[in-house]
Design a protein around this ligand. Structure first.
Ligand SMILES: Cc1cc2nc3c(=O)[nH]c(=O)nc-3n(C[C@H](O)[C@H](O)[C@H](O)COP(=O)(O)OP(=O)(O)OC[C@H]3O[C@@H](n4cnc5c(N)ncnc54)[C@H](O)[C@@H]3O)c2cc1C
Length: 465
């Protein structure tokens, strides 16, 4: 992987919003008012006189679940890459969230526990912070702040299609259940999530349909909420992640997570692959947690405040928007509508934030809006490739192991190198820092192929033997 890819990714992570807004667009329309749509609307508020979000769900003012985001009962960890962008776009966001009961976990100081088969990672002393709260809480807080921006508004309705003028999108049609409406727009963002119908819309209208890539990744989540002990303090671990090798976790657990969240609760998740469905009852759930690590036993000791909610997803998906022959101008796609991964890697919301960073860079570059946004999609591909490499890389290794498939030599070498880094991260804080930089989407996965890092990891593992 070339250094230019790594530095372009670094640039997307570290960029800043423009100092002042310079509207070149009149009305920008974002279809879908979830995390990706809200962050895109925030970006567009720097470049358009008016930003209208069309969202089909009724949106609760406070953090409650809603029908079109069925995954929102599950643990959602906002990785540092996403968190930093949210704070940059919405200054004061973190403090407000903390005042309302969210928790900030200092991973560098060892307040985030990441354990591999029960062995905790060494503290990395890096500037890595994770904001822990429930997904509905996070979305409600982001929504309130984005809608408070001048010119940003939300209408309730289900988008049904696009209109075009001279090869560019010019309007969005939507229905509010009683009447059909048309919103004229000179820039449109599809943030309709994993089930987006945009590909069908544009192909019916004579444009190219992006290829859909799927990777089997059958995951079963079970998440419950528990009362948090009143004795819990800032010195306790508010965020824990346990990763288990195949067959090593209790009750078929492959991954478990416990996040201290608002309203003095613990949000605790167990995940199994394929036929493994850990935590069917609260007793099973607690027993599996007790067999994992003390923090999971502590997190599930209190009264149950919301019973187990399960979620199944069969595959990771990505749609390829680069290299299309005919695609409408003034149209981009962000968030899960582009790619949705195995969620255990926690990349979805931070990917959406980085897509927002791509959109910000694209619009700041004064693009030719009479042509398709190929520069945007090329930049975004960098982000999607990085997230896909982590998620699909892990899932392919599991599938190969299950099927007894021997991968090609280069893939074998990559997997061996990753195992060296993971193993060494238990004893070496510097290796843990490099690994977490990638896990937290702050750096491109290609940085893990650095020979100096690998040498250090191999030496640390040899000292362990
Ligand atoms: C089990 C699970 C756990 C996850 N855990 C994490 C995690 O720990 N960390 C993380 O970062 N990510 C996680 N994710 C991913 C995360 O949920 C998504 O990446 C995130 O919600 C961003 O998605 P989005 O905004 O693109 O789409 P969505 O959240 O799916 O929202 C799409 C929106 O579009 C609206 N919409 C759809 N069609 C229309 C239409 N025609 N008209 C108007 N509105 C429409 C919907 O109502 C909805 O509001 C997890 C996902 C799953 C499934």
């Amino acid at each position: 992987m070339s250094d230019s890819v790594i530095s372009a990714f670094d640039g997307l992570v570290a960029a800043a919003p423009p100092a002042a807004s310079t509207p070149k667009l009149d009305t920008a329309c974002v279809i879908g008012g979830s995390i990706a749509g809200l962050l895109a609307a925030r970006v567009l508020s720097d470049h358009a006189r008016r930003v209208v979000i069309i969202e089909r769900d009724e949106l609760p003012a406070t953090g409650q679940s809603r029908p079109s985001v069925p995954q929102d009962h599950q643990v959602h960890t906002l990785l540092p890459a996403g968190h930093r962008w949210v704070e940059r776009w919405l200054p004061g966001f973190t403090q407000e969230a903390l005042d309302m009961g969210a928790v900030l976990a200092d991973a560098g100081a060892g307040r985030v526990l990441t354990a591999f088969d029960g062995h905790p990672q060494a503290p990395s002393h890096a500037d890595h912070h994770l904001l822990t709260c429930s997904r509905p809480f996070l979305e409600a807080r982001i929504r309130a702040r984005v809608l408070a921006r001048p010119g940003v508004s939300l209408v309730r309705g289900r988008a049904t299609g696009l209109s075009y003028r001279d090869g560019a999108v010019s309007a969005v049609s939507y229905t509010d259940g009683t009447a059909e409406h048309t919103l004229a727009a000179d820039f449109v963002v599809d943030a309709m999530g994993r089930g987006s119908r945009l590909s069908e819309w544009i192909s019916q209208d004579g444009y190219d349909k992006p290829a859909l890539e799927r990777l089997e990744s059958p995951i079963n989540y079970a998440t419950a909420l528990f009362e948090r002990d009143v004795q819990f303090t800032d010195l306790d671990v508010p965020c824990a992640l346990a990763l288990c090798s195949p067959g090593a976790g209790p009750d078929g657990v492959s991954v478990a997570a416990a996040n201290a969240v608002e309203d003095k609760q613990w949000l605790v998740m167990l995940m199994g692959y394929g036929d493994d469905r850990p935590g069917r009852t609260i007793d099973d759930f607690r027993a599996a947690c007790a067999a994992l690590l003390p923090v999971f036993a502590q997190a599930t000791a209190g009264a149950v405040t919301r019973d187990i909610v399960t979620y199944h997803q069969a595959e990771s998906r990505r749609r390829h928007f680069t290299g299309l022959g005919r695609f409408p101008a003034r149209l981009v796609v962000v968030g899960d509508a582009v790619a949705s991964f195995n969620p255990v890697y926690g990349q979805g919301m931070s990917s959406a934030a980085l897509h927002g960073s791509c959109l910000s860079a694209y619009l700041a570059g004064d693009p030719d809006l009479t042509r398709p946004a190929t520069d945007f999609f090329a930049l975004q591909q960098l982000v999607v490739d990085a997230a896909w490499a982590v998620s699909a890389g892990g899932d392919s290794a599991r599938l190969d192991a299950l099927a007894g498939v021997e991968p090609p030599e280069d893939v074998r070498r990559q997997r061996w190198a990753l195992q060296q880094v993971i193993g060494a991260s238990i004893v070496d804080g510097s290796v843990a820092c490099s690994f977490n930089d990638v896990s937290y989407m702050l750096r491109h996965p290609a940085t893990l192929a650095d020979p100096a890092l690998l040498e250090r990891a191999v030496a640390a593992n040899q000292n362990l033997e």
